[in-house]
Design a binder for this molecule. Sequence first.
Ligand SMILES: [Mg+2]
Length: 357
Amino acid sequence: MKIIMLIDMDYFFAACEELRHPELREKPVVVGADPKGGKGRGVVSTCNYLARRYGIHSAMPISMAYRLKPDAVFLPVDYEYYEEMSRKVMQRVKEFATRFEQVSVDEAFIDVSGKVDGYDSALSYAKELKESVTKSYGLPCSVGVSTNRVLAKMACEAGKPDGIMLVKEEDGAKFLAKMPVGKLYGVGKKTGEKLQGMGYKSIGDLARANPVNLVSEFGSYGAEIYRSANGKGDDSVVENYEVKSIGRERTFQEDTSDRDEIRRQIISICKEIKTEIEKQGFSFKTITLKIRYPDFTEQLRGKSLGHYSNDISQVEDVAIRLFERYVEHGERIRKIGVRISSLSKKGGQMRMSDFAN
Ligand SMILES: [Mg+2]
């Protein structure tokens, strides 16, 4: 039996702001676009729990947040600072893991099967991890513990904030059954609405569906959500935390959902990476797509080829497939990036200076 955990920092950007300005702890804090006295455009990135009491939540238009609580503390997104805190926290999390996979700036899956023996020991290990992060860095987090990614993620969400939740494999389907179908990990807004339209209101409804219907509607993704609804699923954790990598990013002038434009940018990024790997003589094994949304949340989605390659068309193919798979139609994007890692260099070992870019 594998033990997979998801550690997710609570209201991360706002928590980072509270950390450097402790006087904010007693106030509603909203990190995001400039509200400009209620006329501002853009959205809320993150807010603390005090702000949530007023109905404010992430991805909400900043003008609406302003109307709900004009005297809340509104702060701009200081991404560099949050990334610096993220690096520290993730380094600690990694020390607890047999395998470590960061999926966003404040979230990571870890496989701890080699470190624990059974559920009880997994639970105390999760406590140890949580305490270590909270005590060392003063940032709150939640941990979900189970045997696969879906259950670990859903357990973590259910335990928030500042919680630890364990869901045993055999209790998975029951744990999920009453939740609305749109809450299932891996189901986005559009898919959620489509499933509702097909008559699946709760995750339990989806678990009892005829999988054939789901596959004919959604292809292999239909089979995947059917398994998820039944508490089964992927238990792999793919190491992606690589210092040794080459990547490029593009920020769009305006947030965009224009898929042709996004694909063009992915291809143009890949051209730059091609120039770089030819210059340096690198081969690579892993390709990661990074998507940053208007609210500054990020998705990292990676794929390992299983062998070394220097064929850039593979990077393009994989990056575009990950984009098609993980970004829904109509979803707006702020920034897109592609990164190759697990590098190898012809003619000997790599030096650290090879990675300075
Ligand atoms: Mg978080």
